[in-house]
Design a protein around this ligand. Structure first.
Ligand code: SAM
Length: 332
């Protein structure tokens, strides 16, 4: 029997462990040698999820010797995105939150055991930053080739609009199966699945300006909800494992309807959006329904602001219209 190579992985900026979870979901034969995050609460969640507490500290204080010691072949990095977000000040490498990633870049040429693979995730906007320029320069001079992507879950059939920047880097002699995409920014996932660029059109090298056309190929939001009722999706209440609280001040006349689904009404009440808020701000809310084929990424301001902070889910159709729950549908 062929024994598959096991990757030793370092997970930088591990947060609650989205990267590690992806490795598991993708069935990659990998061992996370260490994860690093400065945030206590994120580390609590990570420990709860994976039974391992990340190294707690500032990544900026790691040395080349520290990193060499792990003998890791793959590095996964999701550094802070605030220096590059369109809504932010866009201070890029001048933002203190970029310093630790710049420090890692500085260390790469000093390593005795540099990784073979690197995976970097960030917001759209990173690819035009001076930090990005520094990253590409460092990787090139350290023998890496890169392929860069801007991809959204919508392109994988997931009803979630969240375009993100990804950089894959491989160190010589490792190489990509479609080298024609080396050093390119790619807007579709096909090069990841084909050999030598066959069947991949030039369209992949042009910015996707119409994400909406992808919606048809997405499964509906209800596919990701957990039914707690035997009734059909249009009439059922839903129970959610990953729900966020919007408001505790409730004046919803539908209160109490949830007991029949095994939830006590107080549990679900936590997530109901008061009618008064819907009447006042409904037109500004991004409302999705169980059969919707998209929803938006929620942000830090979710439940404190109405506009541009994430989708609200309407769950129960009643005589008076839809009843709303505020839930977060996953954020990795
Ligand atoms: C974009 S989030 C990463 C999210 C992560 N991929 C996940 O799945 O949860 C960035 C993370 O970097 C951590 N962080 C920011 N600056 C850091 C630093 N200097 N040292 C260590 N961790 C840092 C933050 O605490 C945060 O959890």
């Amino acid at each position: 029997m062929e024994v598959k190579h096991q990757w030793r992985v370092l997970e930088f900026y591990s947060g609650i462990g989205g990267m590690r979870y992806s490795l598991i979901k993708a069935g990659v034969n990998a061992e996370v040698a260490e994860a690093f995050d400065i945030n206590d609460v994120a580390n609590d969640v990570y420990e709860h999820n994976f039974g391992h507490r990340p190294y707690q500290g500032n990544i900026q204080s790691l040395t080349a010797a520290d990193l060499d010691r792990y003998e890791a072949q793959a590095w996964l990095l999701s550094p802070p995105c605030q220096p590059y977000t369109r809504q932010g000040l866009q201070k890029q490498s001048g933002d203190a939150r970029a310093f630790s990633f710049l420090r890692i870049l500085e260390l790469i040429p000093q390593l005795s055991r540099p990784p073979i693979l690197l995976f970097v995730e960030n917001v759209v906007g990173f690819e035009t930053s001076d930090t990005h320029a520094k990253m590409i320069e460092t990787l090139k001079s350290s023998g890496f080739v890169t392929q860069e992507f801007i991809l959204s879950p919508l392109q994988f059939g997931v009803p979630y609009s969240r375009p993100r920047y990804f950089c894959l880097a491989k160190r010589n002699p490792s190489s990509f199966s479609s080298p024609c995409f080396n050093d390119k920014l790619i807007w579709c996932p096909s090069p990841l699945f084909v050999q030598n660029g066959e069947l991949v059109t030039d369209e992949c090298l042009r910015p996707q300006d119409n994400w909406d056309k992808l919606l048809e190929s997405c499964v509906p939001v209800e596919h990701f909800l957990e039914f707690k009722s035997t009734a059909g999706p249009k009439t059922a209440e839903y129970g959610f494992e990953n729900a966020n609280i919007v408001s505790r001040e409730l004046n919803d006349p539908l209160k109490g309807h949830d007991e029949r689904n095994g939830f006590n009404s107080t549990d679900l009440d936590l997530y109901h959006v008061p009618l008064s808020l819907i009447e006042r701000w409904g037109s500004a809310m991004d409302i999705v329904y169980p059969d919707s084929r998209r929803c938006c990424c929620f942000t830090k301001s979710y439940y404190r602001y109405v506009k541009g902070t994430g989708s609200l889910l309407a769950t129960v159709q009643t005589f008076g219209g839809w009843k709303f729950l505020a839930v977060t549908l996953h954020n990795a």
